[in-house]
Design a protein around this ligand. Structure first.
Ligand code: NAD
Ligand code: ZN
Length: 383
């Protein structure tokens, strides 16, 4: 089959690789029809992780079940399914509590928990930027979709259930966003967009989105957010002005360790510290941006293996609460699916490019540069 494989920093190629097969009675094989490039793929693409060359990328996947192992009884061949990016067993102590990002069984590294498709450090599982994907614990890890998911247009919304819509929702859950709250969101990439969309669904009274990219800010403005261009104005001053000098009730971090200033210089601590500054006293902050990968390019910097110069004094003084981590996609999946089905949420508004799989190298290159207009790339192996 054809698949997008990692070949080294800023190089991916579409190659012929062996087809996946059922390896365990609970496995399911899915013929992928829609698969996305995520900001998280860029950590690997940029060479910031220890991703092995030759591995298949892709953790935002949707397709049709073609075969189910003998131990699978809910999911059937022919079902259209979206695959939460977390690979979880469904019955360990963490999965039992809905903490599927922290599954105790699916990551073979004794120092890690949780697994994902096509991800450095998240287990040996191949990704779904390919014609076919093996899904472990198929009954648990497939979200069965309505019949209209065969329609490619509908897949544009449903595929966002694999990661970015639940992750944006998670940011607002971690930040405890309630109706009437003001919310400041750092990052207008796909995840920040989904946090803004989630805040609108939760009836936040004011949603401010911070970024440098005009096109991404315009997109956030389209769903009712106030765009704040950090290259043109002081974010802190603007948030204070918008909140009568109090600060935002809630804050969401949707950038991660690649946070940079207006000149492009990276400061991994920048957004968390800016949140401490712009969220009110006793306010709450949700951090979904990733802070884990190493920074092989700058071994002397403080930022190593996720350590950043956090303004703990400011955070303490303001008595804020911060929660963080990977999204437990399954926890939100069905509710968010219902919102799409009932036409209460259209996450596909972020999609800027729809490409056949063999144009993946181009998709990665443009999305990685955050080029104007390249907000979210989705690919179809069957195009
Ligand atoms: P992205 O890189 O496309 O978007 C990040 C945006 O942040 C960009 O538009 C960039 O211009 C902006 N930005 C950079 N520095 C900034 C700053 N100082 N202030 C404000 N904005 C700034 O990526 P994405 O797909 O939107 O993902 C965002 C983050 O979320 C990544 O770290 C990704 O790995 C992470 N993520 C986490 C989870 C999870 O489960 N927690 C899931 C998916 C993605
Ligand atoms: Zn993703």
């Amino acid at each position: 089959m054809k698949a997008v494989v990692y070949e080294g920093p800023r190089t991916v190629a579409v190659k012929d690789v062996p087809d996946p097969r059922i390896e365990h009675p609970q496995d399911v094989l899915v013929r992928i029809t829609t698969t996305n490039i995520c900001g998280s793929d860029l950590h690997m693409y940029d060479g910031r992780t220890d991703m092995e060359t030759g591995r298949i990328l892709g953790h935002e996947n949707l397709g049709e079940v073609v075969e189910a192992g003998k131990g699978v009884d809910k999911v059937r061949a022919g079902d259209m399914v979206c695959l939460p990016f977390n690979i979880s067993c469904g019955y360990c102590a963490n999965c039992e509590h809905g903490l599927t990002a922290f599954c105790l069984r699916t990551n073979p590294d004794p120092n890690m928990v949780g697994a994902a498709y096509g991800f450095a450090g998240m287990g040996p599982y191949e990704g779904g930027q390919a014609e076919m994907l093996r899904v472990p614990f198929g009954d648990f890890n497939c979200l069965v979709l309505p019949e209209n998911a065969r329609d490619r247009d509908r897949q544009r919304d449903y595929v966002m259930l694999a990661d970015i819509f639940p992750t944006g929702w998670h940011a607002t859950q971690l930040a405890c966003v309630q109706p009437g709250d003001s919310v400041v969101i750092y990052g207008a990439g796909p995840v920040g967009q989904m946090a803004a969309l989630s805040a609108t669904i939760k009836n936040a009274s004011k949603i401010m989105v911070v970024d440098y990219h005009q096109d991404r800010l315009e997109l956030a403005a389209k769903i009712g957010a106030i765009p704040i261009d950090a290259s043109k104005e002081s974010v802190a001053d603007r948030v204070m002005e918008e909140t009568n000098g109090v600060g935002a009730d809630r804050g969401c971090e949707c950038v991660g360790y690649q946070a940079h200033d207006a000149s492009g210089q990276e400061h991994p601590e920048m957004t968390v510290n800016s949140l401490v500054q712009t969220v009110k006293f006793a306010g709450t902050i949700g951090v979904v941006g990733v802070f884990v990968p190493k920074d092989p390019g700058s071994p002397d910097r403080l930022y190593k293996e996720g350590k950043v110069a956090f303004d703990h004094g400011g955070f303490w003084t303001k008595g804020q609460t911060m929660a963080t981590g990977q999204c437990n996609v399954k926890d939100y999946n069905r509710a968010l699916l219902n919102l799409i089905v009932e036409d209460k949420a259209r996450p596909s508004y972020v999609v800027s490019h729809e490409l056949p799989l063999n144009r993946a190298p181009e998709g990665y290159e443009h999305f990685d540069k955050r080029e104007r207009g390249w907000t979210k790339v989705i690919m179809h192996p069957d195009l």
